[in-house]
Design a protein. Structure first.
Length: 550
C-alpha cells in the first residue's frame, strides 16, 4: 500500500518497518514543513503523536484527514468532515505488527469498496436498461390492447397501476349494430406476470365484438383459452358487459370481480349480478356463460371498479360492504363525471395509496332512439361480384348455444363483394333471425315489452321458453345474385312457427318525430328502410330481403 507517514525522527523506525513489509512509505520530513495539498496518491495516512496536526494545513484538518483512511497514533484525533470516516485512534506505542494487521484490514475494505462501486455502477446500468425495456414493453402492450378504444364518447375511465405493469385491463369496443362491449380484467397478481396473463383475452374480445358476437360467446372462448393454456390454479377474474343504447338493455357477466353498479337519478334500486367462476377455473363443459339482463331508462350510469379500488375504499370490508362503499363514493358526486378527475388526486395526502392496481370505468347510459337509423350506412359496390350461396339450418340445441348471426358473418366476410357490407348485413340478419326465434319459434308477444319492467319481463319469458324448446327449426340462406336492378344479396329467413299477420308491418311508416316510440316493431321497419325489396310468404313465417350492392 502507498502510505504517507507524518512523524519526527523518533517514529521513523515504524516507517522503516513498514517499508520492510513491502509498503511504499513517503515521509515528508520536518515538522516545520506544512503539507498544503490534500493527499491524492496515497492509500493511508499515518500521523504519529510527536507530530500531531502540526504538519496539516491550518483550518483544513477535517478536509485533509477525510480524503483517505487515517491512523492516528496517540492523542485525540480531530473530527472528520460530515459523511466521512473518523481517523482511527491507536496507541502511541503501537507496533509495526499492529499497524500491518490494521493495514491489511484497510486493504480488504478498500478492495470491497471498489467491488461495491463496480456493482453499483453495473446495477445502475441494468436499471436504466430494464426501465427502457419496461417503457417499450408498456407501449407495445398499450398498442396491443387498443387503449384508444376507451376514447368512446360514452365512456370515462381511469386506471392506476401499483407497478410499471398493471394486472387490471380495460377493454371497450362497438359491435356492428352499435352495442358497446366492455371488459374489466382484474388479475390477482401484480407486475409483469399479471400484465402478460391478461393478454389471451384481448384478441377474442376485439375480434368477436367486431363480428357481432354476444358477450356470452366471448366469455366461452376466453374461458376455453385460459383453461387450455394457463397453469392450474391461475384463473382470470373478469366482468363483461354489453350496453344496447337503442333498446335500453345491459347484459352482464360477472366472474370474480366486484359486480357492476347501475346508478339511477330517479331510482335507488340496485340490479344484482349473478356471480360466476373466474375465467379458466372450470373446463368448458362445466363453465356457465349465462348473462344477467338489466334495463335502464335514460341518463343513468353504469360503473365498474376493480377489486383494488374497492379494497382501498373499504379496507377489511367483505364484498357486500365494499360494494356499498363503492356505491356511496360514486353517489357522493352530483355529476359522476367529476368522480374520475377526483380519483387520481386521492392518491396522496392521506387519500388512496396505490398498494394495488386500481381501475374505474363509467358508462353514460343514454337511450339513443336514433342509433338504429345510424346503423344504416352506404353500401359500396365491388369490381368483381362473383357467385355464391350460403345456407344454415339450426335446431333447438343450436338456438340455445350458437351465436348464429356472427357465425354467418364470419363465413360471408370471405367474399370480396360484401366485405364493406358487414354493418348492414349484421343489422338485417340480426333482425330477421331474432324475429324468427322470438315470435316465430317461441311465440312471444311484443306487447310484453310495455310497462316499466317490460323488457325484463320479456327477456325472462324468452329465456324460459328457449330452455324448454324441444322441436323447432330456423333456416337462413344468403345468395349473391345479378338482377335487372344490379347485383344484390338475397337473404331468406324461414322458421317452423305458425307465422303472423305481416300487413301491419308493411303498411307502417316509421316516424322520427315520435317522442315515445314503442319498444317493438322498429327492427322490421328498419329492414324495410334498408332493403330494395321485402317479401313475406302467405303464412308469414318466411321473409325474403334483397339488399343492393351499389
Amino acid at each position: 500500500m502507498k502510505i504517507l507517514f507524518l512523524g519526527e525522527a523518533s517514529s521513523l523506525a515504524i516507517a522503516q518497518g513498514l517499508m520492510h513489509l513491502g509498503h511504499e512509505v513517503d515521509c515528508p520530513g520536518s515538522a516545520n514543513k506544512k503539507l498544503l495539498q490534500v493527499p491524492e496518491a496515497c492509500d493511508v495516512v499515518i500521523v504519529a503523536e510527536d507530530v500531531g496536526a502540526r504538519l496539516l494545513p491550518p483550518g483544513l484538518e477535517k478536509e485533509w484527514l477525510s480524503a483517505v483512511p487515517c491512523l492516528w497514533m496517540g492523542g485525540k484525533p480531530p473530527l472528520a468532515s460530515p459523511g466521512h470516516a473518523m481517523p482511527i485512534p491507536l496507541s502511541a506505542s503501537s507496533t509495526v505488527e499492529t499497524l500491518q494487521a490494521i493495514l491489511a484490514l484497510l486493504k480488504v475494505s478498500a478492495q470491497q469498496a471498489q467491488r461495491n462501486a463496480l456493482l453499483t455502477k453495473q446495477v445502475d446500468h441494468l436499471r436504466v436498461a430494464v426501465d427502457g425495456e419496461h417503457r417499450q414493453a408498456r407501449r407495445m402492450l398499450e398498442q396491443f390492447v387498443h387503449n384508444e378504444t376507451l376514447s368512446d364518447p360514452a365512456i370515462q375511465s381511469w386506471t392506476r397501476p401499483a407497478d410499471i405493469f398493471s394486472g387490471d385491463l380495460l377493454l371497450a369496443a362497438r359491435t356492428p349494430a352499435g352495442a358497446l362491449h366492455i371488459m374489466l380484467v382484474d388479475d390477482m397478481q401484480k407486475g409483469t406476470l399479471a400484465a402478460v396473463s391478461t393478454l389471451p383475452v384481448v384478441a377474442p374480445f376485439y375480434r368477436m365484438t367486431e363480428k357481432g358476437f354476444g358477450i356470452d360467446a366471448i366469455v366461452r372462448e376466453a374461458n376455453s383459452r385460459i383453461f387450455r393454456f394457463y397453469p392450474e390454479g391461475c384463473p382470470v377474474h373478469a366482468t363483461l358487459v354489453s350496453v344496447d343504447f337503442a333498446d335500453g338493455v345491459i347484459h352482464v357477466w360477472n366472474g370474480g370481480t366486484p359486480a357492476p353498479i347501475l346508478l339511477s337519478r330517479q331510482h335507488n334500486e340496485s340490479a344484482e349480478a349473478t356471480p360466476h367462476a373466474p375465467l379458466g377455473s372450470l373446463p368448458p363443459a362445466a363453465f356457465h356463460v349465462e348473462t344477467d339482463v338489466w334495463t335502464f331508462r335514460d341518463k343513468e350510469m353504469l360503473a365498474l371498479g376493480s377489486g383494488g379500488l374497492l379494497r382501498q375504499l373499504a379496507p377489511g370490508a367483505d364484498r357486500a360492504g365494499a360494494l356499498q362503499a363503492f356505491r356511496g363514493w360514486l353517489e357522493g358526486y352530483g355529476n359522476l363525471q367529476h368522480a374520475l378527475p377526483e380519483a387520481p388526486s386521492m392518491q396522496s395526502g392521506g387519500g388512496l395509496i396505490a398498494r394495488d392496481d386500481m381501475s374505474l370505468i363509467v358508462v353514460s347510459c343514454h337511450r339513443d332512439q336514433t342509433s338504429r337509423q345510424d346503423r344504416e350506412r352506404a353500401v359500396e359496390g365491388a369490381s368483381s361480384v362473383g357467385q355464391w350461396k350460403l345456407s344454415l339450418s339450426v335446431g333447438p340445441d343450436e338456438m340455445r348455444s350458437v351465436d348464429v348471426v356472427p357465425l354467418m358473418l364470419s363465413a360471408i366476410a370471405q367474399f370480396e363483394a360484401v366485405k364493406d357490407m358487414g354493418g348492414v348485413l349484421f343489422v338485417v340478419l340480426s333482425e330477421l333471425y331474432n324475429n324468427a326465434l322470438d315470435h316465430g319459434v317461441l311465440g312471444l308477444d311484443s306487447s310484453l315489452k310495455l310497462g316499466e319492467q317490460g323488457m325484463e319481463t320479456y327477456l325472462d319469458e324468452r329465456a324460459k321458453r328457449l330452455a324448454g324448446l324441444v322441436s323447432a327449426q330456423i333456416e337462413l340462406s344468403l345468395v349473391l345474385e345479378q338482377g335487372p336492378e344490379g347485383a344484390g344479396v338475397v337473404i331468406v329467413c324461414r322458421d317452423s312457427g305458425k307465422g303472423f299477420d305481416y300487413s301491419d308491418i308493411l303498411n307502417r311508416t316509421p316516424s322520427a318525430k315520435d317522442d315515445e316510440p314503442l319498444p317493438y316493431g322498429r327492427g322490421l321497419s328498419l329492414v324495410l328502410s334498408m332493403a330494395r325489396r321485402v317479401e313475406f310468404n302467405t303464412q308469414g313465417n318466411q321473409l325474403r330481403v334483397e339488399l343492393s350492392l351499389c
